[in-house]
Design a binder for this molecule. Structure first.
Ligand code: MRU
Length: 368
């Protein structure tokens, strides 16, 4: 991704100093801060505190966390995997990356464990960037076709997105936003409606920041305005990312996605989810089976943070401490509301037979 004219990734390794670096996303949009992860505990903290977030990026950070653990103690593979796995429960990419790390590293002798773990993490990061670029190509084509059909080429395509499924949520490119970046690069004029995404405001804080860096026209709306802009005829298509897709095409994503999909269906608008195949959980048969839905601290809802006009950070209490808050972080959109699943291998119907073709692709270590 381009930040102030310079190419950046969300996570990277600096070989000269043997350091793993991340963009600290809790500082955005007011401050662009880079943070160094030195230990397994640093990696776990970064995922848990959402300095890095987004399903694919969590997986890649976990792989680097395994390296940091083995660098310190080559015998710590099992402990590292256990600690990293416990950081966040919903995005299946975390489990997928750690299962792969376990397979790659369990046969290694202790003397080469750290080196192999680093090789694995670097390969996974490259694979993620390549997958996301391919998702962008396929998703961009979906958007380009919609622009031709819906807008007659004479007005901008109106896209609505929820949360942040951009380069910040992956190593580079993103998933839903990758499609937007690719179609914009192809010269299609577009405008993006960005849902704020309470309570952590990944839309307002991260998606708007990314789109501004990329020079893409966008407007921020509160989550409850999504149905209104659709009903007013101001949206052509909705595209989001996902944290876990069932074998039947149900889409688990940031809380509020289900309401976006419902409003889209009521307004005859297509709703797409864009994701790497690593986000499909073939062990989750359908939405009828519950999956772990993260519930975060009530303070994310009852306190609000920002910067004062003078520039200093501040937190204010919106609701009294005794207000009971349930802070669900994800919901599940049933497959019947999903018009297509955009992956690095193309666009698939949100149903079992169509997605089954991807089960083999998930096992392949080489990405798209
Ligand atoms: O809680 P977050 O910020 O990690 O949630 C992120 C999302 O829900 C994204 O939409 C999803 O991970 C897809 S990212 C390409």
């Amino acid at each position: 991704m381009l930040i102030e004219g310079r190419q950046h990734r969300s996570i990277w390794y600096e070989a000269e100093t043997d350091q793993v670096c991340i963009i600290d996303q809790t500082r955005l949009p007011h401050d662009f801060a880079i943070r160094t992860l030195r230990t397994l505990e640093d990696a776990c903290e970064a995922i848990g505190a959402m300095r890095v977030r987004g399903a694919p990026l969590i997986g890649v950070t976990a792989a680097f966390g395994v390296y940091l653990a083995l660098r310190e103690n080559p015998a710590s593979l099992d402990t590292a995997i256990r600690q990293l796995r416990a950081t966040r429960p919903t995005a299946v990419n975390l489990r997928w990356a750690l299962d792969r790390a376990a397979r790659e590293l369990s046969e290694r002798t202790r003397s080469d464990a750290a080196g192999k773990a680093l090789e694995f993490a670097l390969a996974l990061a490259e694979e993620d960037a390549a997958c996301c670029e391919a998702i962008g190509e396929h998703g961009g084509e979906v958007l380009r076709r919609l622009w031709q059909e819906q807008c007659g080429r004479d007005r901008p395509l109106q896209v609505l997105t929820h949360c942040n499924a951009g380069a910040l949520a992956t190593v580079d490119w993103g998933t839903a936003l990758a499609a937007i970046y690719k179609v914009a690069d192809a010269g299609v004029p577009l405008h993006v409606w960005v849902d704020e995404t309470r309570p952590r405001n990944q839309g307002g804080a991260l998606t708007c920041w990314e789109l501004r860096q990329a020079g893409i026209d966008h407007s921020l709306i509160v989550d409850s305005a999504a149905g209104h802009v659709m009903a007013r005829g101001l949206v052509d298509v909705c595209v989001t990312g996902s944290d876990r897709v069932s074998a039947s095409g149900d889409v688990c994503n940031k809380i509020g996605t289900y309401q976006v999909a419902l409003a889209a269906r009521d307004n005859n608008l297509p709703f797409y989810a864009a994701l790497p195949v690593s986000t499909i959980d073939f062990g989750w048969p359908s939405a009828a089976e519950p999956i772990p839905i993260e519930e975060r601290e009530p303070e994310e809802v009852s306190l609000t943070s920002g910067i004062e006009t003078g520039g200093s950070e501040t937190q204010v209490r919106q609701y009294p401490g005794e207000t009971v808050v349930r802070n669900y972080a994800f919901d599940v959109t049933p497959a019947r509301l999903v018009n297509g699943i955009i992956t690095e291998h193309g666009v698939f119907e949100a149903e079992r037979e169509s997605l089954a073709a991807l089960a083999g692709a998930q096992l392949s270590p080489s990405g798209p």
